[in-house]
Design a protein around this ligand. Sequence first.
Ligand code: PAF
Length: 287
Amino acid sequence: MEIIKTVAEMSRWVQEQRTKGHTLALVPTMGFFHEGHLSLMRRAGELVDRVIVSLFVNPSQFAAHEDLDAYPRAFARDAALAEAEGVAVLFCPEVDDIYPPGFQTTVAVSELTSKLCGKSRPHHFAGVTTVVAKLFNIVAPQYAVFGEKDFQQLAVIRRMVRDLNMQVSLVGHAIVREKDGLAISSRNAYLSKAERRQALCLWHALQEAKALVQAGERHSGRVAKRVRDVLLAHGPCQIDYIELVNRDTLERSSTIDHRVLLALAVRIGTTRLIDNACLLHGGDKNV
Ligand code: PAF
């Protein structure tokens, strides 16, 4: 595996691979790899013959109060894990190379980013779409693979790709869970033992919602109420949102069908966790 640290070198490598007729897939990450990231790399490897993983802790998607410096980093371990997955290149540019002095362009998707996580993180998605647009321009991959845990991020990036006619096919990969159901996330590292136990409330709430819908319930309000009860039954937590939304438009839906997704954002202690699931068979296989 090559470790490439500059945009110029990355562009040269891409050019060379294209000339040789290789196909490329990009897995954008902020590092601190876990099984979720590794499964994205494996998925990418099924699609093309060269997988590029970008590792860039993107400052523009953090708000001033969100501690960018505290974001977990483990470069040597990440490099070893990516190499073991057969990744061709780990692309880890410096901040100044991605955002050189004088940088003043933002790529922003409007409506989709005003909902759900966008309400409490108003500038976050513009940071994500700006850096992802740059990565797509630098790597020009045929495919890019993203996790479905952050399904709003994926919906926003899909919109950007459609709206700007970007020549990349997006692939969403199902949420990867711990054995007990907790969605795998870099943020789980912030949880104490007791909080880790309590964090299972998200999984239990999704399961309960699914059981209700399987029993015939189609009223979103009643499902949301039951979900709130389950979340709070596991201990004190701050519920940021419980939303039943159309998975493409992210519009609230008062009734439940195959396109509707239950999305949760809950703060356990100081750690904000998100999770989601389609509640009807055929929606997805996460729950
Ligand atoms: O999901 C992430 O890790 C980040 O938001 C991404 C897509 C790598 C952009 O910085």
